[in-house]
Ligand binder design. Structure first.
Ligand code: MRU
Length: 371
């Protein structure tokens, strides 16, 4: 997508220096647009952990490039397989909930270990990381194509009025390398001239909606309004939301959806108000081994400091943390929640839309489903 008229992805190998991978610093958006060059696996892992890069497909792509960077800096002597195994483990454990990370690391690991010539590992990892990055872009583009008819159908029913979409967190191009998952159908509709308006949940504590989704929609000229996290139910009760579309960090083979904390409450409100609730995700987000999302999906608990303060930038460019609760009050920071598949109207994937059920998912992905 374009930033100030120039096309960007959320991650790319530096064309001038093959030992560097470039990312956009998402911690300082929307007020500063800054690029960072990652040179080591450790830097890439730190960027995933501190959410300089975030969002499930981008975490996966960054993980793939992190494995590549480990091989760029591999010591000339020593046990190469042991070094590589340890690097893959470190990268895969950078954040727990988005399964795209383990998926991408496994992909790179598999092709590298097939290569008997250790001196070719670096180039093999580069090619695979580039392939995974391109694949996620294409998957998101297809999610847009498959989600577009859902918005078109609402438009047809409503007549000329704008279709009101509600989304949570940032499941946009910044989270996904390009296009986004939840946002891809919105961009497709907007680009086709369908009037849409997006309600953007601010998404405390790190405000990915207010900072990143709003930045993206503004950049692409999509009408939107930032709302507090708790406003969605009220809007749905008053007929102001036609469809909810969110992303996912891990979806079980049975259709339970982990996404940014607060998603579950939106699904409950949507069900109570007969608002369709869709989840957009590439197949790299499906955990084929899990059956019960609430019981099995690991929910990241982040530093309570993120809850204790609201972070932002001052006019003079410095970061600013505004303290909110009493300093002695304990805080907790559950970063994700799980929406049971029964509350999900459908999953929008790169292969089409399906029910959030084992048979629905298996019908679209018979080649990936495990017995
Ligand atoms: O903690 P984050 O910012 O990585 O969480 C991101 C989300 O929850 C997104 O909604 C999810 O990754 C889907 S991204 C396409």
């Amino acid at each position: 997508m374009n930033v100030n008229g120039k096309p960007y992805r959320a991650i790319w190998p530096d064309p001038d220096d093959p030992a560097v991978v470039k990312i956009i610093d998402q911690k300082v958006l929307p007020h500063r647009f800054e690029l960072i060059g990652l040179r080591t696996m450790e830097e890439a892992v730190a960027a995933i952990k501190d959410m300089t890069v975030r969002g499930a497909p981008l975490i996966g792509a960054t993980g793939a490039w992190a494995v590549y960077l480990a091989l760029v800096n591999r010591p000339a002597t020593g046990d190469a397989p042991a070094f590589f195994e340890a690097a893959c483990r470190t990268v895969a454990n950078a954040r727990p909930t988005a399964v795209n990370l383990a998926w991408a690391v496994e992909k790179v690991k598999a092709v590298v270990l097939k290569e008997k010539d250790v001196s070719a590992w670096r180039a093999t990892a580069f090619d695979e990381a580039a392939r995974i990055t391109d694949l996620e872009v294409e998957n998101c583009r297809r999610i847009g194509l498959h989600g577009l008819p859902l918005i078109e159908a609402i438009r047809a029913k409503k007549g000329g009025d704008a279709v009101n979409v509600l989304t949570h967190c940032n499941a946009g191009w910044l989270a996904c390398v390009d296009h986004g998952t939840a946002t891809a159908p919105m961009y497709a509709a907007h680009d086709k001239g369908i009037p849409i308006h997006v309600w953007v949940d601010e998404t405390r504590p790190l405000n990915q909606g207010a900072r990143l989704t709003a930045f993206e929609l503004l950049g692409h000229g999509v009408p939107h309004t930032v709302i507090t996290d708790n406003a969605g139910g009220h809007l749905m009760q008053h007929g102001m939301v036609d469809i909810v579309i969110v992303g996912s960090d891990r979806t079980t083979a049975t259709g339970d959806v982990a996404n940014k904390v607060g998603t579950y409450l939106k699904a409950l409100a949507a069900r109570d108000n007969n608002v369709p609730f869709y989840v957009a995700l590439p197949s790299s987000t499906i955990d084929w081994t899990m059956k019960d999302g609430v019981a099995e999906i690991p929910i990241e608990e982040r530093d309570p400091m993120e809850v204790r303060s609201v972070w932002g930038l001052t006019g003079s460019d410095g970061t600013l943390a505004v303290k909110v609760p009493p300093e002695k009050s304990p805080c907790a920071n559950f970063a994700f929640d799980v929406t049971p598949g029964r509350l999900v109207t459908g999953l929008i994937t790169e292969r089409g839309v399906c029910p959030a059920t084992r048979s629905g998912i298996a019908g679209l992905f018979p080649d990936l489903v495990k017995a």
